[in-house]
Design a protein around this ligand. Structure first.
Ligand SMILES: Nc1ncnc2c1ncn2[C@@H]1O[C@H](COP(=O)(O)OP(=O)(O)OP(=O)(O)O)[C@@H](O)[C@H]1O
Ligand SMILES: [Mg+2]
Length: 516
């Protein structure tokens, strides 16, 4: 089975080898099943199999139990005998314990290397989703991104976006003329959402150095694919952040990787655990995007595997694209359960030996109803498969080993230190300061001009002769250059010339410094 990954044994006595063909591994997959039925172990043995074949893997560790991939299983483990039995039953003759090359990642930078992206790379669509914005609020976010583009304001971290939004809010009168209505309420609402995100630790996700995708696609010296494990236990407390981050990563892979058509084996396999979070009350636009990314990322050599309790959690269009399936047991307590079970069963090619629906209900723990793509990408006949036992440790590794592995990883030190590059926040702060100085200068000139005016009137009263008027207006309007590119600054100064000028400067700076 050189060109496939051993998944388990099917047939009457589980003796027929069931494999996932590497050639079709980029045609995506599904691992489903009720809680405790064996999904995580299936994920583990699939990751092992891909790694062994030189295919790098990305997966999220939702319960913290997948870190065991980094350590070999042990004969001292309580399930050793059960594993050996199982291996024997399914004809896994060369079963042995083995550790795999693992890179740990963590959005919060504690249980792995920090993973970051920039606000600009995340883009307004995903950010709106992340922040759960209304349509009107999303519109404003789009305007903000557009302005940042036009003005050359790099949006790297949350601070940059917050500063830009403060600016948009303060200048909404001018901006509304160009872009349509911008309400203070909406801008305020976005800012509040950003605060919530910050409180959830979301600020850590944004900034530099941003993740380089090539670091997810490494192999070790023996040619085994590295298994990238994203610590997701803490992250699950913010399901939106979790789902949006993974979706960002997918779309980034899709955008950055070159076309490779149908390679002999995938360039990367991406496991999306708790996939239902991606689709829970997702707007149609987003589901369409996921569907599109899933469809197109195939030709970049990336296989995407969704892991979820119930296949009904995955929209039909997307489900239809998941060619390789491991369906663990589903419960059928309610009428709705039974209906979903029937629908799930209907998506398989029947096996005359058993009834698919019944099998899905009956399979034991660590057993599944499977179907993998065969020659020409045709789905294989459904099988009742006893899944192989893992070679790596079942259950988490301890903190000391984890730390040692992080410290010695090929990317150690690369992402640990956050860089705060000159970006929108700094630029807008500087502009605001300059504008404040300009406003002060303008005010001084106004006072001077009034003095001249008084002198002029006084002189006329006393001498009757014509005294040349100095025009304070024209001096002021030339006070700042007319470069179009500096429209932000100009609009700001224009505001500042009005009666509310000083208040606005305070507002901008106040808003900006609050974030510090
Ligand atoms: N392929 C397997 N080989 C040997 N034992 C297995 C296998 N699959 C599952 N088991 C046993 O079943 C237990 C539960 O499996 P697992 O943790 O994968 O379930 P799960 O579906 O991920 O559950 P949850 O929904 O709670 O996360 C494992 O700890 C292990 O003891
Ligand atoms: Mg699990």
């Amino acid at each position: 089975m050189q060109d496939s990954i051993f998944i388990g044994g099917g047939g009457d006595d589980y003796g027929e080898k069931q494999g996932l063909s590497l050639k079709y591994a980029n045609r995506h997959g599904l691992v489903a099943g009720a809680t405790g039925t064996g999904k995580t172990v299936t994920l583990q043995i699939m990751a092992e199999g891909f790694s062994a074949q030189g295919v790098p893997v990305f997966l999220s560790d939702v319960k913290g139990d997948l870190s065991g991939l980094a350590a070999a299983g042990s004969p001292g483990f309580k399930l050793h005998d059960a594993f050996m039995d199982r291996a024997g039953k399914i004809g896994l003759d060369d079963y042995s314990y083995q550790a795999f090359p693992v890179t740990f990642w963590d959005l919060f930078g504690q249980q792995g290397h920090p993973v970051r992206t920039t606000v600009a790379e995340m883009g307004p669509l995903l950010l709106s989703r992340l922040l759960e914005l209304s349509e009107a609020q999303e519109g404003i976010l789009n305007i903000a991104f557009r302005l940042a583009d036009e003005q050359g304001l790099p949006l790297l971290d949350l601070k940059d976006l917050q500063a830009l939004l403060v600016w948009v809010g303060e200048n909404r009168a001018d901006l509304s003329l160009r872009y349509g209505n911008i309400s203070v309420q909406s801008v305020g609402a976005i800012q509040r959402r950003l605060l919530v995100l910050e409180n959830q630790g979301g600020a850590k996700l944004f900034g530099e150095p941003a993740l380089e995708l090539s670091d997810l696609m490494r192999t070790d010296l023996d040619g085994r694919g590295r298994i990238n494990i994203l610590a997701a236990d803490k992250l699950m407390a913010s399901p939106r952040l979790y789902a949006t981050f993974l979706l960002w990563l997918l779309s980034e892979l899709f955008e950055e990787l070159p076309e490779v058509g149908d390679p002999d084996k995938p360039k990367l396999v991406f496991f999306f655990d708790e996939a239902h979070l991606l689709f829970d009350d997702a707007p149609k636009a987003l589901v369409d995007k996921v569907e599109q990314v899933a469809r197109l990322i195939r030709s970049k050599g990336v296989g995407v595997y969704f892991i979820t309790q119930n296949p009904a959690d995955v929209p039909e269009d997307i489900l239809g694209q998941l060619g390789n399936r491991v369906q663990h047991a589903l419960r059928a307590f309610t009428a709705r359960d039974r209906k979903e079970l029937r629908l799930a069963a209907e998506t398989y090619r029947d096996n005359p030996r058993f009834d698919t629906e019944e099998a899905i209900r009956e399979v034991g723990v660590g057993e599944a109803v499977t179907s993998f793509l065969q020659k020409k990408g045709v789905p294989g006949v459904v099988e009742r498969t006893l899944i192989r036992p893992p070679s790596s440790q079942l259950g988490p590794i301890d903190a000391a080993l984890r730390k040692a592995l992080i410290d010695s990883s090929p990317v150690a030190g690369k992402y640990e230190v956050l860089q705060d590059r000159h970006s929108a926040y700094e630029i807008l702060t500087k502009r605001a300061q300059e504008a404040a100085q300009e406003a002060e200068a303008a005010e001084r000139r106004e006072v001077e001009a009034e003095e001249v005016e008084r002198e002029f009137k006084a002189a006329r009263r006393y001498s009757g002769s014509r005294v040349k008027r100095s025009s304070s207006r024209s001096t002021r309007s030339n006070a700042r250059g007319d470069t179009v590119g500096d429209a932000l600054g100009k609009a700001l100064v224009k505001e500042l010339r009005g009666t509310t000028g000083r208040r606005i400067v305070r507002g901008i700076l106040g808003g900006l410094f609050k974030g510090k």
